[in-house]
Design a protein around this ligand. Structure first.
Ligand SMILES: C[S@@+](CC[C@H](N)C(=O)[O-])C[C@H]1O[C@@H](n2cnc3c(N)ncnc32)[C@H](O)[C@@H]1O
Length: 199
């Protein structure tokens, strides 16, 4: 993890969070019901919005992020347990969760397909998969810019790829996409999906 990133993350994100992201997060996270897993919970920005969750298991591999998330954890309406682990190898049994949440995470996870396979393993059949991500834009000039900038961006922003096609990865792994909403000309999207069929 880049040294500055976890320390300055909340400060750098503040203008975007205030302007738009807060509303996006609330709308997405309120859809998470029952037993919830959040991947890459960072500083716990989503924690205060788990109004409909019974419990949340949040995984976050970075120790500074985990430490910083304690304040938001205390403000959550649902009990939250934070785990030091990677999304590619989850310490949970099969068919455990009713909902899975990930926000601004699949851009950074080293092996997103492996992580999505793990999501499918630990999600109950019919579980809600709720994502808010920045993604590769379907526009030639923007796409090219994202490709050119990604090596430097990755270096500065702790492994974050500007050009990941996360929606394609989600579809590739067989998660059913029920709705997609796009923001900032398609740079950011929310995805509401379902894994498998409820019995
Ligand atoms: C850009 S931050 C997003 C944090 C938070 N989800 C948010 O919405 O603000 C990306 C997060 O993904 C975490 N991360 C990186 N690699 C990961 C992995 N393999 N599994 C799970 N989380 C990971 C990072 O530690 C970091 O907290």
């Amino acid at each position: 993890m880049g040294k500055w990133f976890p320390h300055l993350y909340d400060t750098v994100m503040k203008p975007l969070e205030k302007r738009k992201f807060k509303r996006i997060r609330i709308k997405l996270v309120e859809q998470a019901t029952g037993k919830v897993m959040e991947i890459g919970s960072g500083t716990g920005v989503n924690f205060p919005y788990y109004r409909n969750a019974v419990s949340v298991d949040a995984i976050e591999p970075d120790s500074v992020m985990r430490e910083r998330s304690q304040k938001n954890r205390a403000q959550s309406p649902a009990p939250i347990q934070i785990w030091n682990t990677d999304a590619e190898q989850l310490p949970f049994g099969d068919d455990t969760f009713d909902s899975v949440v990930a926000t601004l995470v699949f851009c950074t996870i080293p092996n997103p397909i492996k992580a999505l396979e793990e999501v499918k393993r630990v999600a109950k059949p019919g579980a809600a998969i709720l994502l808010f991500e920045h993604v590769r834009v379907d526009q030639p000039v923007m796409e090219k810019a994202q490709d050119v900038l990604t090596p430097l961006w990755k270096h500065i922003c702790d492994g974050c790829h500007l050009n990941r096609d996360t929606l394609a990865s989600v579809r590739q792994t067989g998660i059913e996409v029920n709705s997609v909403e796009s923001f900032y000309k398609g740079v950011f999207i929310t995805v509401s999906g379902t894994w498998g069929q409820a019995p």
